[in-house]
Design a protein. Structure first.
Lengths: 171, 345
């Protein structure tokens, strides 16, 4: 791909991502926030696709952007429209602490990135032809144990959720 | 395998464009844009044909004529309907969230049309033969539900909202059997690429090897595309028209367009995954493809006009308690089958 075209695409996606991330925080309506979240996740997926991580991009769209639907349904069912306008305002007393913490984090991160010297870029890393089989070899061969433990953990969480939901219904 | 007719046509057009523009990059860009236009033209044309087909087949099954006055055999009925829809007054509900309500029908078409990028229409005729092909289709198809929810939410109407909630429940529970039935196919091909899935069926179609996955896939696809036995999202006897209640005129037509785009996508997926894609003897690939796709669409319509609508709890129970365990069993059986096959040969 042309260098100028891809960097232009990167800045466009980054701008959309930042804009929608701000939208998540500043929207008064819960549903609008969740929609901005979907937009944010999709632009992150676009960034993944740009660095040839196509499987990760599809997972990002399917899992994260797909979860927004559940988030909206839960949000609508748990909150009330009338209170939504008032309760989603940021708490005044946390603003000072939060901004100090964010500032410290920002300077730490920029210090690390500046002193780290050469970061791996697209030109220095050789890209695999087929990300799916490369991922499969890593997950199901080298990191087999971690993968299985994560799967069992998720299964346990799922069974727990089912038990909690059923118990509340039948008693 | 012979090279597809359309591949030669594309090469020929690229040469002409290169001659006109004098630059290979611009020529290729022009061809890519042309291909996008062709995909949209194919979708629009197929939707018009499907609407006509639906009404005629409905008439055939219910022992009546169907549209037969406008043009020969009523062929221009859909065109007349489209003109009517476009000339209708644009009614916006006073209490709706105007912006969200307005953009939802337009956005709904994006995931519906995006999946066409990875469908193999003929040998080599595929817009983007990406390595994650079928996974991309599943990921993009699952985004449609967000827009159904949005349309129902933004309409500020209780029936729209109930329909939207039903859409979420129904589509989420249909996607899981779809993904697991496709997984059995992927296990046999060893690739997610759509062209690999088609070429793996050059000997025997997957419908013969994976009949259980085929049945699960068809039923779950009927749920995913909101067609009758499972059109609970817009069950007009219960909730008027579900998420589309407040939409009229051209906006409603966009919902309608997306619905038939999804039906066509479902038929193309069925053909690609189970019926050998464009492969077939004597005729060129594209004609086999069109024949198979319309045969599958006919079966979908046959099912629609034959079965009564189920209840929402029956549908959910079918999806989670029958289709999902069957799909999981099918994956296990496929795995064992592959090992036995490798052990014998």
């Amino acid at each position: 791909m042309n260098i100028d075209l891809s960097s232009g695409l990167f800045y466009f996606l980054a701008a959309v991502m930042l804009f929608s991330a701000l939208g998540i925080i500043y929207c008064r309506n819960l549903v609008h926030s969740a929609l901005f979240m979907a937009l944010c996740f999709i632009s992150v997926a676009g960034l993944y696709a740009m660095i040839n991580a196509d499987f990760l991009a599809a997972v990002q769209i399917m899992i994260y952007a797909g979860t927004v639907v559940i988030l909206i349904v839960l949000g609508i069912m748990i909150t009330r429209r009338t209170t939504m306008e008032r309760t989603s305002m940021p708490e005044k007393k946390y603003i000072f602490r939060a901004s100090v913490l964010a500032g410290i984090l920002f300077f730490l991160m920029s210090y690390i990135f500046i002193t780290a010297g050469t970061l791996p870029t697209l030109n220095t890393v050789t890209l695999p032809d087929d990300t799916v089989s490369a991922l499969a070899e890593l997950l199901l061969d080298r990191y087999m144990l971690a993968f299985e433990i994560a799967a069992v953990l998720l299964l346990a969480a799922m069974i727990g959720a089912v038990v909690l939901a059923k118990g509340a219904d039948e008693k | 395998m012979h090279e597809g007719l359309l591949v030669n046509l594309t090469v020929f057009l690229t040469r002409i464009a290169e001659f006109i523009f004098g630059n290979i990059f611009i020529a290729q860009l022009f061809i890519v844009l042309l291909e996008i236009v062709v995909i949209f033209a194919v979708i629009s044309l197929a939707v018009i044909i499907q609407v006509y087909m639906e009404r005629r087949i409905c008439g055939l099954i219910q022992d009546r004529f169907g549209p037969n006055r406008v043009g020969p055999f009523g062929l221009l009925q859909t065109v007349a309907d489209m003109i009517k829809l476009m000339s209708k007054e644009d009614i916006v509900p006073a209490k709706a969230e105007k912006l969200l309500w307005g953009i939802t029908p337009m956005l709904l078409f994006i995931p519906a049309a995006l999946v066409y990028a990875v469908f193999p229409f003929d040998n080599g005729v595929i817009f983007a033969d990406i390595g994650i092909g079928i996974f991309f289709v599943i990921a993009v198809m699952s985004q449609g539900v967000l827009l159904f929810l949005l349309g129902g939410y933004a309409s500020e109407n209780k029936y729209s909202f109930m329909g939207a909630m039903r859409a979420v429940a129904q589509m989420l529970s249909s996607e899981i059997p779809i993904a697991f039935s496709i997984l059995a196919i992927v296990m046999m091909t060893g690739s997610l690429r759509m062209s690999d899935i088609v070429s793996a069926q050059s000997g025997i179609w997957f419908i013969a090897v994976q009949p259980l996955a085929f049945i699960i896939f068809i039923i779950a696809m009927l749920m995913e595309t909101n067609r009758t036995p499972f059109d609970l999202v817009e069950g007009e006897a219960e909730i008027i028209a579900g998420p589309f209640t407040e939409y009229s005129g051209m906006r409603w037509a966009l919902f309608f367009l997306a619905e038939y785009t999804n039906l066509l996508a479902a038929a193309i997926l069925t053909v690609t995954l189970f019926l050998g894609g464009w492969q077939g003897p004597f005729l060129p690939g594209i004609s086999w493809f069109i024949l198979k796709v319309f045969a599958v669409i006919f079966v979908f319509m046959w099912i629609r006009w034959t079965f009564p609508r189920t209840r929402i709890d029956q549908m959910m129970a079918l999806s989670w308690k029958v289709l999902l365990p069957l799909a999981l069993f099918n994956i296990m059986a496929t795995g064992i089958g592959i090992y036995i096959y490798k052990w014998i040969y």
